[in-house]
Design a protein around this ligand. Structure first.
Ligand code: P6P
Length: 343
């Protein structure tokens, strides 16, 4: 079977389906090339002096791993000079990163979590890069954080690279979900799936159950029913997976179905869960919806949420339609609406 490259796919999308302009095609190619570089750095492990912490903290107050910073720098350096971007934003940087004046500027905004799942780096478990592309507002002169605060429905592209046994790039430009496996001998991304689909039903759920004592009632009810298995109201047994790397959990769900949950809980009403809206939940929600799944914060469609802060967090329920609809409906049944995630 003749496989096509990422480049051929993007050119065909641009030429045949007119879904992506040349500038966006260039942007996606540059990000994909940066992900190859990150994959190479990650793959070196202890041989590359890239393991362990960098003794610095990011805006989230999390200790940064050396590879967090290396991956962030790779994405900044790869995307600064191309002329396709107006600015970038990253989980690892407090404020936005405008394109330096020495370079031409374009009409896109790029957001990313350069290396998601960092706690897995030192133990050789899959990690990944997540990215989201927005158009800069018409007439924008000097980009500000406000220009990035667009709902997820405004994304023109989103994707992730998962650095696991294979390195796989998953991409959507609004025309379904395509997967590309890195051919390390040729150094090229080769299409291995043209229209990924998430089954509506599943027997697999993903949540960090060590937080169970903090969960609000709708989540407790939903998980208890899954754990009751055949003997309970769901009438079937479920299996659990939790990789603690959103990219790897989402990739499993994209591949064979499932439901991923990082809910708000009773610990901090101002912190609705752990995941960030702009560069984790939104790109993953775009991909999940394009693959026939759904993604909510327990109450709202994630892509409809109007962001108020660049690094704001959001509760996340995503994956197989039947399960996400059910756990979301339990929130709707909840007497106390404050149980739902905040802004
Ligand atoms: P916990 C990784 O740090 C991350 O942001 C996601 O990739 C992952 O799903 C989640 O946090 C894991 O969180 O609380 O289980 O360590």
């Amino acid at each position: 079977m003749k496989r096509i490259s990422l480049t051929q796919h993007l050119i065909e999308e641009q030429r045949l389906n007119n879904t992506i302009p040349a500038e966006l095609r260039l942007l996606i190619e540059v990000v994909a090339r940066a992900c190859k570089t990150i994959s190479h750095a990650v793959g070196k492990g202890a041989l590359g002096e890239v393991m362990g912490t960098a003794e610095t903290e990011n805006v989230q107050g999390e200790v940064q791993k050396k590879l967090d910073i290396i991956s962030n720098d790779i994405l900044l350096e790869a995307n600064e000079w191309g002329g396709h971007l107006a600015a970038m934003a990253s989980e690892e940087m407090e404020s936005i990163h405008p394109i330096p004046n020495r370079y031409p500027k374009g009409e896109y905004l790029l957001l990313f979590d350069p290396l998601d799942g960092s706690s897995n780096i030192d133990v050789n478990v899959s990690i990944g890069t997540i990215f989201s592309v927005l158009k800069a507002p018409e007439g924008m002169a000097t980009p500000t954080e406000q220009d990035f605060l667009q709902p997820g429905t405004m994304q023109v592209a989103a994707g992730y690279a998962v650095y696991g046994p294979q390195t796989v790039l998953v991409l959507t430009t609004g025309n379904g979900v395509q997967c590309f496996t890195l051919d390390r001998e040729m150094g090229s991304w080769v299409m291995t799936q043209n229209a990924a689909k998430i089954p509506a039903e599943t027997k697999e759920f993903a949540i960090n159950t060590s937080n169970a004592r903090h969960w609000h009632a709708p989540v407790k009810r939903y998980i208890d029913e899954l754990l009751a298995g055949k003997t309970g109201p769901r009438g079937k047994d479920y299996n659990m997976r939790w990789i603690a790397s959103m990219v790897a959990d989402v990739h499993r769900i994209l591949t064979r179905g499932g439901v991923f949950m990082y809910p708000a809980d009773a610990r901090d009403p101002d912190k609705p869960g752990k995941l960030r809206l702009m560069y984790e939940a939104n790109p993953m929600a775009f991909i999940v919806e394009q693959a026939g799944g759904i993604a909510t914060d327990g109450k709202r469609r994630i892509l409809d949420i109007q962001p108020e802060k660049l690094h704001q967090r959001v509760a996340v329920f995503l994956g197989s339609r039947e399960e996400v609809e059910r756990v979301t409906s339990y929130h709707g049944d909840a007497a106390d609406s404050t149980l739902l995630s905040g802004k």
